[in-house]
Design a protein. Sequence first.
Length: 161
Amino acid sequence: MDRLRGKTALITGAEGGLGNVIAGRFLAEGATVLGLDVLEAPRPGSILAGANAYYASVDITDENAVSAAVDAFVRDHSRPNVLVNTAGVLGPAKPGYMSTSEEFDFVFSVNVKGTWAVSKATVPHMIEAGGGSIINFSSIAGLVEEPRRWRFITLPRGRCG
Ligand SMILES: NC(=O)c1ccc[n+]([C@@H]2O[C@H](COP(=O)([O-])OP(=O)(O)OC[C@H]3O[C@@H](n4cnc5c(N)ncnc54)[C@H](O)[C@@H]3O)[C@@H](O)[C@H]2O)c1
């Protein structure tokens, strides 16, 4: 239960279903966790309100806000050794040919550009620390056609790159 003592993990979408469970596992293994989510504050009773956990309310589509939050955490606490990108949105459940350009841009900006922005802000600190690991959550929908969600295919696939 102590395999990650001395390590720091940055987890996006940390108040979401997967992100919060992942944050809990890192904490249980002794890591320090910075959770990023667009919510104003952690949910009541969230693991991110507990010991060794820190929270930043950040919209990952805002490159400058992401970089400011990551830099401030590094200055005040520690450099991330692990980045887990789980923040994401599904967008409206309808076929791609019915989607609007605005809907596509919104999903793309969070799932792909947001993942890029957090990685861009984090990697220089990992390099300074001698290395690190990045885990991007995609979806089986990035590999297998879902007829009623084809607009979704490009986006999870984009996160694999
Ligand atoms: N849960 C599954 O079964 C499953 C299956 C396939 C793929 N995925 C993918 O895994 C990821 C996480 O899934 P989940 O079930 O935890 O989703 P979720 O909706 O429970 O959590 C996503 C989190 O991302 C946050 N978020 C959304 N937009 C954001 C933004 N602009 N900036 C910062 N945070 C933002 C939300 O507030 C939320 O807390 C998603 O990308 C999802 O597409 C999940």
